[in-house]
Write a protein that binds this ligand. Sequence first.
Ligand SMILES: Cc1ncc(COP(=O)(O)O)c(C=O)c1O
Length: 394
Amino acid sequence: MSDAPPPVTPPDRILMGPGPSDISPRVLSAMAAPTVGHLDPYFLRIMDETQTMLRQVFRTDNALTMSVSGTGSAGMEACVVNLVEPGDRVVVCVNGVFGGRMSDVATRCGAEVTTIERPFGEVFTPEEIEDVVKRVSPKAVGIVHAETSTGALQPLEDVSRIVHDAGALLLTDCVTSLGGCPVEIDDWQIDAAYSGTQKCLSCPPGLAPVTFSPRAVAAIEQRTHKVASWYLDITMVRNYWSDQSRAYHHTAPINMNYGLHEALRIVLEEGLEARHARHRQNHLALRAGLEAMGVEFAVAAAHRLPMLNAVRIPERVDDKAVRSQLLTDYGIEIGGGLGPLAGKTWRIGLMGEASTRRNVILFLTALEACLKSQGHISPAGAGVAAANEAYPTI
Ligand SMILES: Cc1ncc(COP(=O)(O)O)c(C=O)c1O
């Protein structure tokens, strides 16, 4: 008798947290396709097609667009470590956990980091950013587009103008926004951006799409110090992704790339505009339902993420008891608050495959029952009725 543990049999879940999100069976079956070598002509074709599709999804012509092997944090490190040299002045905007992480990464690169801060859940005004870039005159400004820890969406167009007027590069975290709301790399003149596969692209975690503008590439080529990470040195990794050289750098996670390829095909088949509209529609319906149940949003209406709804936990309701009941009784995962919002907010994701009317209605039904067990009573069915009303009649 073998004493090996039983095979992996994950429970049925509906992933409505801050990521990972539900994965399309098409993506899972692409990942189960036979592994080929990382220099096999078939895999090189998959890489080329993935780059083309990433450019479409990032809305860019940037030649240096690819997936980094690693999760969203690897994408963050790849952007920061390549753009920033020891002694460079860098401004990082911190209004949540991930801005804080970016500032930590930049500090580890030996940059002189200036942070500007906003309370969790708020966004930066262009004026605040203008003040700091005038004062610091940085090489780069880092900012998070969709702060998953707080549920706030940072407008970028004015920020980009200000950063470029000051001669700096704009580095943007698009981990949660890509595939769920507009991300216009070229129109907004973003110089470096990274994302992750497990949010609105609905692929398992494991790869980080990145893109660098020609200005960012020029800055990388003018470096005087070697990039402080061997694995993430984009000047070496790009030789593997370039159809000119294909030099071995590291063994690409082949099957993860199959998954991303299929996930991007699904995004493009749906169309970016239709996909963004779907995320927005389901967000509005969820919002109508939650408000009818007396659950308030934690972010001002103008800055709410359509794919991640941060709400205040109603008074006298036990955070963990509700999340655990949602999981055990309904198989629904939602996220708790992070950092100073721990125990105060829930983060309800409607990302990618999980952004459906079915999930909105199911979640509101389940939440009503869980809140009732906690003594938070709302009129029976009010949430579901309000959500249904929010959908256009066919
Ligand atoms: C906005 C944002 N940035 C960065 C990350 C880090 O990504 P990962 O956890 O995939 O390393 C996340 C993950 O949730 C995120 O939401």
